[in-house]
Design a protein around this ligand. Structure first.
Ligand SMILES: C[S@@+](CC[C@H](N)C(=O)[O-])C[C@H]1O[C@@H](n2cnc3c(N)ncnc32)[C@H](O)[C@@H]1O
Length: 213
């Protein structure tokens, strides 16, 4: 089923990236508070699973202010952040991380050669169609590459219009978004030609996906 939820908005996350407390309104589902402090902070222990999985050139899709890109670079792992927001790219570069302002669905450097692609902090929701996104991300990977995804603690798959509402009352406008729980991931991944190599449940659930033969 395709959901017509409107256009992708390149600046939808800007209020949160700039440090305002934000909630995410989801059509037909309860709103959720967004971890904007984590986006702007340095990488911490809860990012370790993701960081350890990246053993070669890594592209961080929807990198935000770039804590993971910077942490990978510090570990000697070549890393590129990609984000559609000027605010994100400015913050990224200010902390010394390499970043490109680009929509993830547009052509990117190194297509077919990345060892890892990161979709951290719910970014599997970008575009509102996780199968289409993972299919696109699969095209970025080398033959033995992997996608590292962070999932929601909630079960199932939610897709629909969402918007950010900031503490000053401003909102982003509605854009298509999605959330994927660990239980829903195998079917979503399989539809994109990927399979779940390993996963970790917990406060921040993660999974590593690899191309199926
Ligand atoms: C939920 S925030 C996550 C930030 C970062 N990954 C983190 O963990 O701190 C989502 C980020 O994805 C970016 N984004 C949303 N849609 C995008 C798209 N189509 N292409 C590139 N970046 C996008 C937003 O600008 C925002 O910085």
């Amino acid at each position: 089923m395709s959901i017509d939820a409107g256009p992708r908005l390149p600046r939808a996350f800007d209020a949160g990236l700039a440090g305002q407390f934000c909630r995410l309104d989801r059509s037909g589902a309860p709103p959720i508070a967004l971890p904007v402090r984590r986006w702007r902070a340095d990488a911490n222990r809860s990012d370790r699973w993701l960081l350890r999985a990246c053993q070669g050139p890594t592209v961080d899709l929807g990198c935000g202010p770039g804590r993971l890109v910077a942490a990978l670079a510090e570990r000697g792992v070549p890393a590129l952040g990609v984000d559609s927001s000027d605010v994100a790219i400015r913050l990224c570069r200010a902390r010394g991380a390499v970043a490109l302002r680009r929509d993830v669905f547009e052509p990117l450097p190194g297509e077919g050669r990345w060892h890892h692609a990161l979709l951290a902090d719910g970014n599997i929701g970008i575009g509102g169609d996780p199968v289409a996104l993972l299919h696109r991300v699969r095209g970025l990977l080398s033959r033995r590459g992997s996608v590292l995804v962070e999932l929601t603690r909630r079960s199932g798959l939610w897709r629909g219009p969402a918007r950010l509402v900031a503490s000053d009352g401003s909102d982003s406008g509605w854009f298509p978004w999605a959330q994927v729980g660990l239980d829903a991931l195998p079917a979503v991944a399989a539809s994109a030609g990927l399979s779940v190599r390993r996963s970790r449940a917990g406060r921040r659930p993660y999974a590593e996906l690899t191309p199926t033969a």
